[in-house]
Design a binder for this molecule. Structure first.
Ligand code: PMP
Length: 429
């Protein structure tokens, strides 16, 4: 089959008729498949079931420092949980605050604190005429929702193979003191799966910002989520804390993470790590907001994951379930779409997503076609601020939830929809 771009009108029409017929057959099957959200599969959730046996009514419910985990107290986490989350956040336990079940809440709260109180003595952002935030795209829709909800103006910047386009980032932050920060998912980014290079990390840490209180929200949601064995050399991310200290900007970053995709989403443990000054500031407000978080869950996690020592083994088991799904996605996309020359996509070594670029102006149509054939994708546009992908070309593929056979069927539908949308466009032109 030649590339679609090289086909004559008659050939395109013939191909359209064929693809349309195939689509009709698929739609008639009454499928009900979901590739919308990055949820672990049932098989992945099984991996953490033994954690529920770690604490029963016979268990010693005292933390190592004697804290009775059944009772109130301990704002920043029991010591063994701080060590676990420090391992995840690539930091020291004393720089860590263990929180509730969701890192997303921690990010939202951090943003609200800056809006209400300012950052280490700066003017509260909420009193400024405008606050802007850099959003590498494609990016994570829930990050964008936080900004939108809080009235922070989002500025998209391209996400390249090794992180945000740093030329663009540096150009913007030096010129505008209303730009207060940037979202970063440094490893196996959502949705492209790329990992930041050392140079990107150093430049983010060292760049000259017009805003003295510029903050990098370093969301390391996929810190240990590689598909096979040890992470590749290029997937070992330089520590942003160290880079910021070296650059003389020790308070520029806040690190976030959670065990959502290690144990149970929604029933895991979240944490943040930051400089001593930032930690002290956060604790002052956190102590008003809560007496402490769920220490029984902290204890359960710390014991089950042996304070991080068992993470490699546990994540290898996740990887063994995820790897084949990503291989299948790659195979299906390559087999069905490579020759037609109508799309590009990423092939990550970890994380939860593949970022797909179809022909400009087709993403919404593809997602609509897939939905009508029983396959739910993430909404087109979701990977852009305000849900507005100007090229209408990017789609996030989330292959983790369906079992392999279902994923196989879902990808057949998806690739068929891509061809159909592309052909509709080409024939109409
Ligand atoms: N950050 C990123 C980049 C994510 O992809 C996700 C989950 N999809 C989250 C945060 C949410 O994490 P949590 O469950 O800890 O709120």
């Amino acid at each position: 089959m030649p590339r679609y771009a090289e086909m004559s009108k008659a050939e395109l029409e013939a191909e359209l008729a064929e693809v349309r017929a195939r689509y009709g057959e698929m739609a008639a099957r009454g499928l009900k498949l979901n590739m919308a959200r990055g949820k672990p599969s049932a098989a992945q959730l099984e991996l953490s079931l033994p954690m529920l046996d770690v604490l029963d009514s016979e268990a010693d419910l005292a933390a190592e420092d004697g804290t009775d985990c059944r009772n109130y107290g301990v704002l920043d986490g029991i010591p063994e949980a701080k060590r676990l989350m420090a391992a995840l956040l690539d930091d020291e336990p004393e720089n860590v605050i263990v929180l509730g079940n969701a890192s997303l809440t921690a990010m939202y709260d951090a943003m609200v604190r800056y809006l209400v109180f300012g950052a280490l003595g700066s003017t509260p952002w909420g009193r400024l005429p405008e606050v802007k935030w850099l959003c590498p795209v494609p990016g994570y829709d829930r990050h964008f929702s936080i900004c939108e909800d809080l009235g922070i103006e989002m500025i998209p910047v391209p996400l390249c193979e090794d992180g945000p386009d740093m030329e663009e980032v540096e150009r913007l932050v030096v010129a505008d003191d209303a730009i207060k920060g940037i979202w970063c998912v440094p490893k196996y980014s959502n949705p492209s799966g790329i990992t930041y290079s050392d140079e990107t990390v150093r430049r983010l840490a060292a760049m000259e910002c017009a805003a003295d209180d510029f903050r990098i929200f370093w969301d390391n949601a996929y810190a240990v989520h590689h598909f096979s064995g040890d992470p590749a050399e290029q997937d070992i991310v330089l520590d942003i804390a160290e880079a910021c200290r070296e650059a003389g900007n020790p308070d520029r970053y806040l690190k976030f993470g959670s065990t959502s995709k290690i144990t149970f989403p929604g029933a895991g443990v979240a944490a943040l790590a930051a400089s001593p000054a930032n930690i002290a500031e956060i604790k002052r407000h956190l102590g008003v907001q809560a007496i402490g978080h769920d220490k029984l869950n902290q204890l359960r996690h710390a014991r089950f994951l042996e304070e991080g020592a068992r993470l490699p083994e546990h994540m290898a088991a996740h990887g063994a379930l995820m790897g084949p799904k990503f291989e299948l996605v790659e195979k299906k996309l390559a087999e069905e779409l490579a020759e037609a020359g109508i799309a590009t996509w990423t092939n990550p070594r970890g994380g939860y997503f593949v970022s797909f670029e179809g022909p400009a102006g087709t993403a919404r149509r593809i997602v609509e076609l897939a939905k009508n054939a029983g396959v739910t994708m993430t909404d087109a546009g979701a990977t852009w601020p305000y849900g507005d992908d100007p090229a209408d070309s990017n789609i996030r593929i989330a292959p983790s939830l369906p079992p392999l056979e279902e994923l196989d069927a879902a990808m057949d539908v998806f690739t068929c929809c891509v061809k159909l949308a592309a052909l509709e466009q080409l024939v109409e032109e």
